[in-house]
Ligand binder design. Structure first.
Ligand SMILES: [Zn+2]
Ligand SMILES: [Zn+2]
Length: 338
């Protein structure tokens, strides 16, 4: 591994271990700086003790580069690899082995930390057959959500990557906001063009239960929506956030009726839906999608969190849409689009 590959591997492993994005970004930026300088210049600077003249190279990264240039596995990387030898969660190994892809991910086009191609390459390296790119819609301005024009441009970018990534498939999608009245925050003609659409509530999470139920059911009933994202909106780390209140029987009955999958969101701070609601959704005969909602490449490794919960609660793998062959998944998603 060359020094810049080592720095990217470190970034990946830090993300996997829940490190904050700013800390991870320093390693990726340092890797980019090495690539921009070129191998010969990096060797020259290292020999002259001047690596820190490159942007983003500090004490830690300098030491890593010197060790990598000497043909050693840098100590920093060794420690992380040792920690990564253990799975992030246990109990869902068989389910995880059946997953062929991930239906919820973000790039730096919205609030993700990495370019589209890096997300796709990381998903491919995990053994996935496909990744659905689901950046946020425009209303989520804090997440730099995509306007119609930007989404259309993104479709071109994804199409251009297809040959390079084949046979891996980068599928088009969006995590579209469910607005207060249950309508979707995107033009329906564009949503109809996407392979897979996740719809999520991100605003007014505290509205009263009747209104929230109607709001969610309206979105579920849309022919464009394939997956209901992180249904309660709860956060279970840091200051946390309570679950939204809604009539889960009505919501899950609607999902079962329309064939909209209930997402099992794998982010450790979400783990949404909670177990009792997951069991309720199983009772209603819902389908599920076990997705990482990754905002960085290393987070694509978080599926075991959701798999463990799915198995614990008794989800049948046949009901999990991302265990299906990609063409079956696409047919299912297209059957929703009017
Ligand atoms: Zn979301
Ligand atoms: Zn998301």
């Amino acid at each position: 591994m060359g020094p810049s590959d080592v720095l990217r591997r470190i970034a990946f492993l830090l993300e996997r271990a829940h490190a904050p994005t700013y800390r991870v970004r320093a390693f990726r930026n340092a890797g980019d700086a090495l690539d921009a300088a070129g191998a010969a210049e990096v060797e020259r600077l290292a020999a002259a003790g001047e690596l820190r003249s490159l942007p983003g190279i500090g004490d830690t990264t300098e030491r890593i580069v010197i060790e990598a240039l000497a043909g050693q596995v840098p100590a920093y990387l060794q420690t992380l690899e040792g920690e990564a030898a253990d799975p992030v969660a246990t109990g869902g190994e068989e389910m995880r082995a059946l997953l062929r892809g991930d239906c919820h991910s973000h790039s730096d086009w919205s609030d993700g930390g990495s370019p589209i191609d890096e997300m796709a390459v990381a998903a491919r390296a995990l053994g996935h057959e496909y990744l659905v790119l689901t950046d946020h819609s425009a209303r989520l301005t804090v997440a730099h959500g995509l306007s119609r024009d930007r989404l259309l441009r993104q479709l071109d970018v994804v199409a251009e990557l297809a040959d390079e990534l084949a046979p891996f498939r980068l599928l088009t999608g969006m995590e579209v906001d469910i607005l207060e009245d249950g309508t979707l925050d995107a033009d329906l003609d564009v949503l109809a063009r996407l392979d897979v659409v996740v719809a999520s509530v991100h605003s007014k999470l505290r509205m009263d239960a009747d209104a929230m139920t109607r709001r969610m059911v309206a979105a579920i009933a849309s022919p464009h929506v394939d997956i209901l994202g992180h249904c309660t909106g709860r956060l279970i780390e840091g200051r946390g956030r309570k679950e939204s209140a809604f009539d889960a029987d009505v919501v899950f009955a609607a999902c079962a009726h329309t064939g909209t999958a209930v997402e099992i969101n794998c982010r450790p701070e979400r783990l949404d839906p909670p177990r009792r609601l997951l069991r309720q959704a199983i009772e209603w005969g819902c389908t599920f999608s076990i997705d990482t909602d990754a905002h960085a490449p290393g987070q694509l490794e978080w599926q075991p969190y959701g798999c463990a919960r799915a198995v614990e609660c008794g989800v049948d793998s046949d009901r999990v849409v991302n265990t299906w062959p990609v063409d079956t998944l696409l047919e299912w998603a297209a059957a929703h689009a009017a």
